[in-house]
Design a binder for this molecule. Structure first.
Ligand code: SAM
Length: 204
């Protein structure tokens, strides 16, 4: 098992899905990469859907799914304009993805996630906490929006306060929020990575 394959957040998400008897049609928004998180639901009788805007990320996830014989319906799409109808999925989540946009775009993405979630459905989004240290050495373009240069392209990390996250989630019932910091000490440059995780339900 690779530690990138599963995260504790998915276990908590599954808990809420079962607790609230959600149905089994799940969409991952930002589903690409070598270890698609949807695989976690693969042996639990879920119908799996994933969107990602990047061809390479989708290709890697598709290869993983094929190799491991997991049926996942991938689609190239942007979270800010999700190509599925209103009230379509029982479970929608976005892990380590939504903060790669400016605040105004994050709001659009959150609205889309809520739109396609069925009433009574369960959602999960993790945001980067404004108290996070790691990105603050990057260039702050707009308040909370930090940009660094990658391999020939810019990467944005947007940090939000609890109030900002909750304003975006004002249309849903927050079931649980978790504030967490990961501090890895046994590396050359210790860092603090902070997240605000929200588990929520679209009200009927
Ligand atoms: C840091 S990776 C995380 C991938 C995966 N959720 C995981 O945890 O392994 C972020 C992913 O989000 C995708 N992504 C970023 N912005 C997106 C957008 N606006 N719409 C759809 N996908 C996006 C990227 O292509 C990338 O595959």
């Amino acid at each position: 098992m690779n530690r990138k394959q599963y995260t504790t957040e998915l276990i908590d998400l599954l808990y809420f899905c079962e607790q609230y008897s959600a149905g089994k049609k799940v969409l991952d928004c930002g589903a690409g990469g070598s270890y698609p998180k949807l695989a976690f639901f693969g042996d639990k009788d879920y119908e799996l859907y994933g969107i990602d805007s990047d061809d390479e990320a989708l290709q890697s996830a598709h290869q993983f799914a094929q190799k491991n014989q997991i049926e996942i319906n991938f689609k190239k799409a942007d979270i800010r304009s999700i190509p599925y109808p209103d009230n379509h999925f029982d479970v929608v989540y976005s892990y380590n993805t939504i903060f790669h946009m400016k605040k105004i775009e994050i709001k659009k993405a959150v609205d889309e996630i809520i739109r396609i979630l069925k009433p009574g459905g369960i959602g999960f989004i993790n945001f980067i906490d404004i108290k996070d240290d790691i990105h603050k050495t990057d260039t702050e373009d707009e308040p909370g929006e930090y940009v660094s240069s990658g391999d020939g392209y810019d990467i944005i990390h947007t940090l939000l306060s609890e109030d900002e996250c909750e304003a975006m989630l004002s249309g849903v019932k927050i079931l649980e929020k978790q504030q967490k910091y990961i501090t890895r000490l046994n590396i050359d440059q210790p860092y603090k990575y902070g997240f605000l995780d929200y588990f929520f339900q679209k009200e009927s």
